[in-house]
Design a protein around this ligand. Structure first.
Ligand SMILES: [Zn+2]
Ligand SMILES: [Zn+2]
Length: 264
Protein backbone atom coordinates (compact mmCIF):
# COMPACT_ATOMS: atom_id res chain seq x y z
CA UNK A 1 0.00 0.00 0.00
CA UNK A 2 1.21 3.48 -0.87
CA UNK A 3 2.48 5.63 1.99
CA UNK A 4 -0.18 7.85 3.52
CA UNK A 5 1.25 11.33 4.07
CA UNK A 6 -1.80 13.14 5.39
CA UNK A 7 -2.96 11.62 8.67
CA UNK A 8 -4.46 13.12 11.83
CA UNK A 9 -4.53 11.94 15.43
CA UNK A 10 -5.86 13.27 18.73
CA UNK A 11 -3.13 15.92 18.57
CA UNK A 12 -5.56 17.61 16.14
CA UNK A 13 -8.49 19.40 17.74
CA UNK A 14 -10.94 17.57 15.46
CA UNK A 15 -9.78 13.98 16.02
CA UNK A 16 -10.16 11.57 18.97
CA UNK A 17 -7.99 8.89 17.42
CA UNK A 18 -4.85 7.89 19.27
CA UNK A 19 -1.72 7.73 17.11
CA UNK A 20 -1.52 4.01 17.99
CA UNK A 21 -4.78 3.30 16.17
CA UNK A 22 -3.51 5.00 13.02
CA UNK A 23 -0.16 3.24 13.19
CA UNK A 24 -1.72 -0.18 13.72
CA UNK A 25 -4.09 0.42 10.79
CA UNK A 26 -1.14 1.42 8.59
CA UNK A 27 0.82 -1.69 9.59
CA UNK A 28 -2.14 -3.94 8.82
CA UNK A 29 -2.54 -2.27 5.40
CA UNK A 30 1.11 -3.05 4.69
CA UNK A 31 2.40 0.53 4.64
CA UNK A 32 6.15 0.82 5.07
CA UNK A 33 5.92 4.46 6.18
CA UNK A 34 3.30 6.75 7.62
CA UNK A 35 3.44 10.51 8.00
CA UNK A 36 1.37 12.23 10.69
CA UNK A 37 0.30 15.76 9.79
CA UNK A 38 -1.68 17.14 12.69
CA UNK A 39 -3.43 20.48 12.35
CA UNK A 40 -1.85 23.76 13.28
CA UNK A 41 -4.07 26.71 12.35
CA UNK A 42 -2.63 29.66 14.20
CA UNK A 43 -4.58 32.84 14.91
CA UNK A 44 -8.07 31.68 14.00
CA UNK A 45 -11.35 31.94 15.84
CA UNK A 46 -13.05 28.57 15.95
CA UNK A 47 -15.07 26.37 18.31
CA UNK A 48 -12.32 23.79 17.83
CA UNK A 49 -8.81 24.44 19.08
CA UNK A 50 -6.62 24.04 16.00
CA UNK A 51 -3.44 25.20 17.73
CA UNK A 52 -1.01 22.29 17.96
CA UNK A 53 1.13 21.71 21.05
CA UNK A 54 4.21 21.33 18.88
CA UNK A 55 6.82 20.38 21.52
CA UNK A 56 4.59 17.65 22.96
CA UNK A 57 3.64 16.45 19.47
CA UNK A 58 7.23 16.17 18.33
CA UNK A 59 8.30 14.40 21.50
CA UNK A 60 5.52 11.84 21.22
CA UNK A 61 6.09 11.29 17.49
CA UNK A 62 9.78 10.66 18.07
CA UNK A 63 9.00 8.24 20.87
CA UNK A 64 6.55 6.37 18.62
CA UNK A 65 9.05 6.38 15.75
CA UNK A 66 11.53 4.54 17.97
CA UNK A 67 8.88 2.21 19.36
CA UNK A 68 7.67 1.10 15.93
CA UNK A 69 11.00 0.96 14.12
CA UNK A 70 11.71 -1.09 12.02
CA UNK A 71 8.14 -2.37 11.62
CA UNK A 72 7.05 0.92 10.05
CA UNK A 73 8.88 4.20 9.51
CA UNK A 74 7.00 7.05 11.16
CA UNK A 75 7.47 10.54 9.81
CA UNK A 76 6.56 13.75 11.60
CA UNK A 77 4.76 16.25 9.45
CA UNK A 78 2.34 19.07 10.10
CA UNK A 79 -0.66 20.53 8.29
CA UNK A 80 -0.13 24.26 8.55
CA UNK A 81 -3.08 26.54 8.03
CA UNK A 82 -1.88 29.27 5.66
CA UNK A 83 -3.06 32.86 6.08
CA UNK A 84 -1.26 35.85 4.63
CA UNK A 85 -1.51 37.78 7.92
CA UNK A 86 0.62 35.17 9.73
CA UNK A 87 3.34 34.87 7.06
CA UNK A 88 6.08 36.04 9.46
CA UNK A 89 4.91 33.68 12.18
CA UNK A 90 4.94 30.72 9.76
CA UNK A 91 8.39 31.60 8.45
CA UNK A 92 9.77 31.80 11.95
CA UNK A 93 8.11 28.59 13.10
CA UNK A 94 9.35 26.54 10.16
CA UNK A 95 12.86 27.93 10.43
CA UNK A 96 13.07 26.95 14.10
CA UNK A 97 11.26 23.59 14.22
CA UNK A 98 12.23 20.60 12.08
CA UNK A 99 9.54 18.58 10.42
CA UNK A 100 9.79 15.84 7.82
CA UNK A 101 6.98 17.34 5.81
CA UNK A 102 4.78 20.43 5.76
CA UNK A 103 1.39 20.54 4.08
CA UNK A 104 0.19 24.07 3.41
CA UNK A 105 -3.61 24.21 3.57
CA UNK A 106 -6.07 27.05 3.35
CA UNK A 107 -8.85 26.37 5.86
CA UNK A 108 -9.83 29.92 6.78
CA UNK A 109 -10.73 32.77 4.42
CA UNK A 110 -11.64 36.14 5.93
CA UNK A 111 -11.73 34.33 9.26
CA UNK A 112 -14.34 31.82 8.08
CA UNK A 113 -13.93 28.10 7.43
CA UNK A 114 -15.98 26.91 4.40
CA UNK A 115 -16.77 23.87 6.53
CA UNK A 116 -19.47 26.10 8.10
CA UNK A 117 -22.39 27.65 6.14
CA UNK A 118 -21.45 31.23 7.14
CA UNK A 119 -18.76 31.29 4.47
CA UNK A 120 -21.31 30.55 1.74
CA UNK A 121 -23.88 32.93 3.24
CA UNK A 122 -21.31 35.71 3.09
CA UNK A 123 -19.90 34.99 -0.38
CA UNK A 124 -22.92 33.58 -2.20
CA UNK A 125 -22.21 32.47 -5.78
CA UNK A 126 -18.74 34.03 -5.52
CA UNK A 127 -17.70 31.56 -2.80
CA UNK A 128 -15.43 29.37 -4.94
CA UNK A 129 -13.75 32.37 -6.54
CA UNK A 130 -13.15 33.93 -3.15
CA UNK A 131 -11.57 30.72 -1.92
CA UNK A 132 -9.27 30.26 -4.92
CA UNK A 133 -8.22 33.94 -4.82
CA UNK A 134 -7.19 33.44 -1.21
CA UNK A 135 -5.20 30.30 -2.07
CA UNK A 136 -3.39 32.31 -4.75
CA UNK A 137 -2.61 35.17 -2.36
CA UNK A 138 -1.33 32.74 0.26
CA UNK A 139 1.09 30.90 -2.01
CA UNK A 140 2.32 34.12 -3.59
CA UNK A 141 3.44 35.18 -0.13
CA UNK A 142 4.11 32.01 1.83
CA UNK A 143 6.81 29.61 0.68
CA UNK A 144 7.53 27.58 3.82
CA UNK A 145 5.50 24.51 2.86
CA UNK A 146 6.23 21.37 0.80
CA UNK A 147 2.88 20.39 -0.69
CA UNK A 148 -0.28 22.40 -1.30
CA UNK A 149 -3.03 20.57 0.58
CA UNK A 150 -6.46 19.69 -0.90
CA UNK A 151 -6.48 22.61 -3.37
CA UNK A 152 -10.23 22.59 -4.05
CA UNK A 153 -11.12 21.85 -0.41
CA UNK A 154 -14.10 24.18 -0.66
CA UNK A 155 -16.00 21.90 -3.04
CA UNK A 156 -16.29 19.36 -0.24
CA UNK A 157 -18.90 21.74 1.19
CA UNK A 158 -20.17 23.81 -1.77
CA UNK A 159 -22.60 21.28 -3.15
CA UNK A 160 -24.71 21.51 -0.02
CA UNK A 161 -25.13 25.21 -0.90
CA UNK A 162 -26.28 24.54 -4.45
CA UNK A 163 -22.99 25.45 -6.11
CA UNK A 164 -21.83 23.44 -9.09
CA UNK A 165 -18.16 23.09 -9.86
CA UNK A 166 -15.83 22.27 -12.69
CA UNK A 167 -12.17 23.07 -13.19
CA UNK A 168 -12.98 24.94 -16.43
CA UNK A 169 -15.22 27.49 -14.72
CA UNK A 170 -12.37 28.43 -12.38
CA UNK A 171 -9.39 27.90 -14.69
CA UNK A 172 -8.56 31.62 -14.54
CA UNK A 173 -7.94 31.29 -10.77
CA UNK A 174 -6.56 27.76 -10.70
CA UNK A 175 -3.95 27.95 -13.49
CA UNK A 176 -1.93 30.70 -11.77
CA UNK A 177 -1.99 28.66 -8.55
CA UNK A 178 -0.63 25.60 -10.34
CA UNK A 179 2.06 27.68 -12.07
CA UNK A 180 3.30 29.08 -8.76
CA UNK A 181 3.38 25.62 -7.17
CA UNK A 182 5.47 24.36 -10.10
CA UNK A 183 7.79 27.38 -10.28
CA UNK A 184 8.42 27.20 -6.53
CA UNK A 185 9.31 23.49 -6.74
CA UNK A 186 6.45 22.55 -4.42
CA UNK A 187 4.22 19.48 -4.65
CA UNK A 188 0.50 19.28 -5.24
CA UNK A 189 -1.36 17.01 -2.86
CA UNK A 190 -3.89 14.46 -4.09
CA UNK A 191 -6.19 14.14 -1.09
CA UNK A 192 -8.75 11.33 -0.86
CA UNK A 193 -10.51 12.73 2.23
CA UNK A 194 -13.47 13.97 0.19
CA UNK A 195 -13.87 10.55 -1.45
CA UNK A 196 -14.26 8.95 1.95
CA UNK A 197 -16.98 11.54 2.69
CA UNK A 198 -18.93 10.66 -0.46
CA UNK A 199 -17.45 12.93 -3.15
CA UNK A 200 -16.76 11.40 -6.55
CA UNK A 201 -13.29 12.88 -7.02
CA UNK A 202 -10.23 13.54 -4.90
CA UNK A 203 -9.18 17.09 -3.94
CA UNK A 204 -8.16 18.54 -6.24
CA UNK A 205 -10.31 16.93 -8.94
CA UNK A 206 -8.87 14.89 -11.82
CA UNK A 207 -9.12 17.79 -14.30
CA UNK A 208 -6.87 19.90 -12.05
CA UNK A 209 -4.41 17.03 -11.61
CA UNK A 210 -4.32 16.70 -15.43
CA UNK A 211 -3.80 20.41 -15.88
CA UNK A 212 -0.98 20.37 -13.32
CA UNK A 213 0.75 17.64 -15.35
CA UNK A 214 0.17 19.55 -18.60
CA UNK A 215 1.77 22.64 -17.12
CA UNK A 216 4.86 20.62 -16.15
CA UNK A 217 3.97 19.57 -12.58
CA UNK A 218 5.74 16.41 -11.47
CA UNK A 219 5.58 16.36 -7.67
CA UNK A 220 2.45 14.72 -6.31
CA UNK A 221 1.84 13.69 -2.71
CA UNK A 222 -0.84 11.27 -1.58
CA UNK A 223 -2.92 11.63 1.56
CA UNK A 224 -6.17 10.27 2.97
CA UNK A 225 -6.70 13.07 5.50
CA UNK A 226 -7.84 10.29 7.83
CA UNK A 227 -9.07 11.51 11.20
CA UNK A 228 -9.85 7.91 12.21
CA UNK A 229 -8.35 4.56 11.15
CA UNK A 230 -11.18 3.38 8.87
CA UNK A 231 -10.28 5.93 6.22
CA UNK A 232 -6.50 5.56 6.33
CA UNK A 233 -5.18 4.99 2.80
CA UNK A 234 -8.71 5.45 1.45
CA UNK A 235 -9.04 4.57 -2.27
CA UNK A 236 -5.27 4.72 -2.75
CA UNK A 237 -5.12 1.81 -5.21
CA UNK A 238 -7.73 3.23 -7.59
CA UNK A 239 -6.39 6.77 -7.27
CA UNK A 240 -2.89 5.46 -8.00
CA UNK A 241 -4.26 3.95 -11.23
CA UNK A 242 -5.92 7.24 -12.20
CA UNK A 243 -2.72 9.16 -11.52
CA UNK A 244 -0.84 6.75 -13.78
CA UNK A 245 -3.43 7.29 -16.53
CA UNK A 246 -2.82 11.02 -16.22
CA UNK A 247 0.89 10.37 -16.72
CA UNK A 248 2.40 10.43 -13.26
CA UNK A 249 4.83 7.61 -12.60
CA UNK A 250 5.87 8.45 -9.03
CA UNK A 251 4.62 10.16 -5.90
CA UNK A 252 6.70 11.96 -3.30
CA UNK A 253 7.25 11.12 0.37
CA UNK A 254 9.07 13.88 2.22
CA UNK A 255 11.73 13.16 4.81
CA UNK A 256 13.57 16.05 6.37
CA UNK A 257 11.72 18.26 3.87
CA UNK A 258 13.28 16.42 0.90
CA UNK A 259 11.05 14.58 -1.59
CA UNK A 260 11.77 10.88 -2.06
CA UNK A 261 10.15 9.61 -5.22
CA UNK A 262 8.26 6.34 -4.94
CA UNK A 263 6.79 4.33 -7.77
CA UNK A 264 3.03 4.48 -8.33
ZN1 LIG B 1 -6.99 20.29 5.74
ZN1 LIG C 1 -5.98 17.34 7.14
Amino acid sequence: MYTDTHVHSSFSGDSDTSPYEQINAAVSLGMEELCFTDHHDHDVISEIDFELDIPRYKEEMHRLRDEFSPKIELLTGIELGLQVKITDYLNELTSKVDFDYIIGSIHFVDGLDPYYPEFFEKNGSNAYHRYFDEVLECIKNIKCYDSLGHLDYIVRYGKAHGLSYSYKEYADCIDPILSIVIDDGKALECNTGGLSRGLCEPNPCFDILKRYKELGGELITLGSDAHSPETLGFAFEEIGERLKEIGFTHYAVYKNRIPHMKKL
